[in-house]
Design a protein around this ligand. Structure first.
Ligand code: ADP
Ligand code: MG
Length: 272
């Protein structure tokens, strides 16, 4: 087994990209499951009303399930809504339900509307029994109040980039949003990690996109690249991450390698 040393601090990531279908949710759940398999205690916060992360983690999230909506709008403590994924006792999920679709509007009139998630997480971690090594927040594609709550709760932004045409489109907009949040709401926020995904080594285009991203973001891009793989895409329909679904597949191996890299390159530690 791979050995990793955890910092003892809680690292909070938001997985963001203002494009849909680029692998945000896939990356959020599989990196989380991979980190959990390395011995880290991980909480996935599903902030997308679609609830795909909750589904992939095998966590119930029907309309009656207590969810992140109740935390953001009705100030439920996180401990009231967190479930454990059947995959691992180390893998927790704050599920999303369909109600979250209304939260974007409902938050507008709330006090501290940009900081709701940060406050809930701080309260959760203040309880001695609740240590977490990683919090991974899965965001919807839009820059609304849900995504802003993720940006204020996180220190690190993880950007998955699809190795395809137009991969870099929207990236400067995302970086602009991060800068704006840094300036006005959360000075600690920074893009720490870029993960190239859906990589198809047979195409020259994939290689070109990878080279271009590495040229622009040499410090942020992980060495590990996630291959395009059917096993990765079919895992969620079994309510599983690829780590549990087919741990020996190329996708599972790549996500575990990426997780090891993430543990080893703690950019926030320098600030302590
Ligand atoms: P987002 O959350 O950004 O909208 P998803 O994670 O839902 O994107 O991914 C979009 C689609 O791409 C999904 O159908 C998913 O199964 C598929 N996908 C993601 N990563 C891979 C991969 N490495 N190989 C094959 N399919 C993938
Ligand atoms: Mg998604």
């Amino acid at each position: 087994a791979v050995e990793v040393t955890l910092s003892g601090r809680t690292r909070v990531f938001t997985v963001s990209n203002q494009k849909g279908g680029v692998g945000k949710t896939t990356t959020a759940v599989n990196i989380s499951a991979a980190l959990a398999s390395l011995g880290a205690k991980v909480l996935v916060i599903d902030l997308d009303p679609q609830g795909n992360a909750s589904t992939a983690l095998g966590v119930p999230h029907n309309a009656d399930t207590a969810s992140i909506y109740d935390v953001l709008i009705d100030e439920f403590p996180l401990s009231d809504i967190i479930q454990t994924s059947p995959e691992s006792p180390n893998l927790l999920c704050a599920p999303s339900t369909i109600h979250l679709a209304g939260a974007e509007i409902e938050l507008v009139s709330q006090v501290a509307r940009e900081h709701r998630l940060r406050g809930a997480l701080r309260d959760y971690l203040a309880d001695e029994g609740n240590h977490l090594d990683f919090v991974i927040i899965d965001c919807p594609p839009s820059l609304g109040l849900l995504t802003i709550n993720a940006f204020t709760a996180a220190d690190e932004v993880l950007i998955p980039i699809q190795c395809e045409y137009y991969a870099l489109e929207g990236l400067s907009q995302l970086l602009g949003s991060v800068q704006m949040i840094q300036k006005h709401l959360n000075p600690a926020l920074h893009v720490s990690t870029i993960l190239l995904t859906m990589y198809d080594g047979r195409t020259r285009l994939a290689q070109q996109v990878a080279d271009e991203v590495r040229e622009h973001f040499s410090d942020e891009v992980l060495r590990t690249v996630i291959p395009r793989s059917v096993r990765v895409s079919e895992a969620p329909s079994f309510g599983q991450t690829v780590i549990a679904y087919d741990g020996h597949s190329a996708g599972a191996i790549a996500y575990r390698e990426a997780a090891v890299e993430i543990v080893g390159r703690d950019t926030t530690m320098k600030e302590d």
